[in-house]
Design a protein around this ligand. Sequence first.
Ligand code: UGA
Length: 435
Amino acid sequence: MTITIIGHGYVGLVTACVFADFGNLVYVIGHTKEKIERLKNGDPLIYEPGLKELLEKNLKAKRVVFTLDYKKPLFHSDIVFIAVGTPSGSNGEADLSAVFAVAKKTAFNLKDEFTVVSCKSTVPVGTNKKIEKIINTYKSKNARFAIVSCPEFLREGTGIYDTLNADRVVIGSASNKAIDLLLKLHESINGKKIITDLPSAELIKYASNAVLAMKISFANLISFYCEKAGADVENVLDAVGLDKRIGRIFMDPGVGYGGACFPKDVKALISIGNSLGLDPLLLEAVEKVNFQAKSNFLEKIIKDVKDKKIAMWGLSFKPNTDDIREAPSVFILQKLLDMGFEINVYDPAAQNNVKKVFRDKIKYFDNPIDAVDGVSALIINTEWNEFKQINLHEIKRRMKKAVIFDGRNIYSLTMMKNLGFVYYSIGRPGINTVV
Ligand code: UGA
C-alpha cells in the first residue's frame, strides 16, 4: 500500500517507520524545511530507542519519503493519517488548530479516487466530524474519501514495540470500505481489532489515558496515607494488585505523571465533560493528586535540606526518552532555584532539552557520580536503569551529606539502612530521617 502520514513526532514517525518496514511506501509530510532535511538524512529528531536504526533501514530501501509537499503523496496514497499535535489550549481544551490546518491542506490535494483520511491525533469527541466537514468544504468536486478515527496507544520509549504488539487497534468509521483498508494495513500488527463508530473511537483514547492517569493518582494517594500511617506503599499495592480485578501494573507511586499525554488528555477530558454538561469530579481529583505528588515531594526536600548545594538525577518525564514536557523535574527544579538552591544535574538523554529551559542556572554533568560531588542531598526524579545498581558506596563517599530523596522508590529500605543513608522515598518509612 502507499500511505501518507502528516506529522513526524513520536506517533507519526514511529508509525511511518513500522508501516514502511512491512513493505509499504510511506510518505511523511512535515512543515519545517530544516526538520525534513534532517529526517531525510536519518536523524529522527527525537530520542526513541530503535527508531534511528529503523528509519535508516527504510530510508535506504526508499520505503519512507520525507517531504513538505502534499500533492504527490496524496495523489498516490490509499490512506492518509493525520498525526499532528493537539496541545492544551488556554482552558485545558485540546488545541485543534494544527489538525484543522492539515485537514484543509489534505482537502485541497485529495485525488478523485477513494482515499481514507484517518486521524491518529488525540482529538475530542466530534472532531472527526469537523475534519470531514472541512474536507467536504475544500476538496474538489469529484474527490471521494471517508473519515476514520484510529487513535494511537504507543508509549514514548517503547514506541516501536507498542506499535507492533498493540493490545488493540481501534478503527472508528461509518465506511465499510475505509474499515477494510485499515484492517488490511494493520494485518501484521498484533492485537484485537475493534471496529466502532467515530465518537466511540475518539472516547476510547481519552478514557484509556484517563484510567491510566487515575491508577497513578490512586497509587500516589495511597502513598500519602502510607506516609502518615507509617505503612509501606509497595507492600500495600503489591497485595492490593494481586487481586486479579485490580492488578499491580501502572500503579507505581512517584512524583506524579508527566509527559505530553496524560496531563493534556486529563485536562481535555475535563473540558469535554464540562462542554457536555457533566461534572467530571473524578478527573479533577486525578489532576489535583498529581499536583500533590510533586508538591509533597518538594516539601520533604525543603524541610530537611538546609545546606543548599544539591544534585538531581533524572530529568525526563520517564526513562528511555529525552522528553521533558510536563516533567515533574522541571517543576521541582524551578521551585528549588527560586529558593536559592545550587543544583547539579545528570540525565542520560534529556540534558539538552533541560538546557533550553534552565540554561546556566544549573550545572550539567556527563555522569551521575561527578554530579553528586560535595552535595548535601541527591534527588532522584526518573528511574533510569543506570541508577538502580550504581555504586552507592562511591556516591556516599562523594557526597557531603549522605541524603537521598528518591521520587521513584528504586532502592530497598534495608539496603539504604545498611549503607547508612538518610533516605526519603515515596509512601515508605524514612530511613534515619528527621521529617
Ligand atoms: C501514555 C500512554 O501510556 C500511551 O498508551 C498513550 O498512547 C500515550 O500516553 C499517548 O497518549 O500518546 P506516555 O505518556 O508515553 O504514554 O508514557 P507512560 O509510560 O504512560 O507514562 C506517563 C507518566 O506516568 C510518566 O511520567 C510515568 O513516570 C508516570 N507513571 C507511569 C507513574 O508515575 N506510575 C506508573 O505506574 C506508570
